[in-house]
Write a protein that binds this ligand. Structure first.
Ligand code: NAD
Ligand code: 0WE
Length: 258
């Protein structure tokens, strides 16, 4: 079970116990990994501090607002001095201004477009650049991020987040190409809908869950544990030959035609 012993992972995107990133953190911890968890701001710091006693190995907690270059450079400078390399990185940050997820897509402002792509897509590029030297120190590693089928298909109200996820998935392929020679892999899990903080306040979310449950091959919704299982595969050596890919964890929604 402890196949992550001696490994260190950086996890970005824990907001509360329902976060997908938290389920991945719990699985990686259970497998023996030592973790670095970041939090977006002081308000979320308290949430993360309340969760960490659940982990077997006490993690390193550091602040990182991924929209700030100085936060990212400070994070990796701190890690460089505190740990001897990284084995994996989990990127689970996304944001678009609320109004952009309810008005028609055609009304998307330049500012909302910029914010959504900055936080939800560019941040992966910046994190990969910062992490690469630490991953290379361990002879390579695995970077994953979280996407949604709205990158490829239109879902009502997903709007500019769909455009951001398309940029994110393309960034995964270009990063995989840049980092492959250093044995650093980059992949994304495209998850089905889950009622997390990022989904709360999305009007009609229960309806989306219902449609997925009805149409998915497995006739159910997924939970954060389902995503964490696939994450453990992508973060481990079992996936050593996989990079630049989008892995769908959606209970078989995407393959269905009707
Ligand atoms: P969540 O709200 O728990 O996680 C989103 C995280 O993004 C939060 O921890 C938040 O702090 C972080 N974040 C936002 N702006 C940030 C910033 N400027 N700096 C640092 N962190 C920032 O919700 P979640 O559903 O666990 O989302 C995690 C990822 O999974 C996101 O990329 C989301 O798009 C993706 N995803 C979610 C679903 C779903 O239905 N919940 C489905 C597919 C993909
Ligand atoms: O990626 C996401 C959610 C991302 C998200 C959610 C919010 C809500 C609160 C990004 N930014 C914000 N900004 C806010 O102010 N998902 C895959 C979950 C999700 O969100 C939807 C979905 C699905 C699925 C929004 C509309 C339609 C479907």
């Amino acid at each position: 079970m402890s196949d992550f012993s001696g490994r260190t992972g950086l996890i970005v995107g824990v907001a509360n116990k329902r976060s997908i990133a938290w389920a991945i953190a719990q699985q990686a911890d259970a497998a023996g990994a030592r973790l670095v968890l970041t939090y977006q701001n002081e308000r979320l710091k308290e949430n993360v501090e309340e969760l960490v006693p659940q982990l077997t190995t006490p993690p390193i907690l550091l602040p990182c607002d991924v929209s700030r270059d100085e936060d990212i450079s400070h994070l990796f400078a701190t890690l460089d001095s505190q740990i001897d390399g990284l084995d994996f990185v989990v990127h689970g940050a996304a944001f678009a201004p609320r109004e952009a997820l309810s008005a028609p897509f055609i009304e998307t402002s330049r500012e909302a477009f910029r914010t959504a792509l900055d936080i939800s897509a560019y941040s992966l590029v910046a994190m990969a650049r910062g992490a690469a030297p630490l991953l290379a120190k361990k002879g390579g590693g695995s970077i994953i991020t979280l996407s949604y089928l709205g990158a490829d298909r239109v879902f009502p109200n997903y709007n500019v987040m769909g455009v951001a996820k398309a940029a994110l998935e393309s960034s995964v392929r270009y990063l995989a190409s840049d980092l492959g020679a250093q044995n650093i892999r980059v992949n994304t899990i495209s998850a089905g809908p889950i009622k997390t903080l990022a989904a709360s306040g999305v009007s009609g979310f229960s309806g989306i869950l219902q449609v997925y449950r009805d149409r998915a091959a497995l006739k159910r919704n997924i939970d954060t544990g389902d995503v964490a299982g696939a994450a453990m595969f992508l973060l481990s050596d079992w996936s050593r030959g996989v990079t630049g890919e989008v892995i769908y964890v959606d209970a078989g929604y995407r393959p269905m035609g009707m």
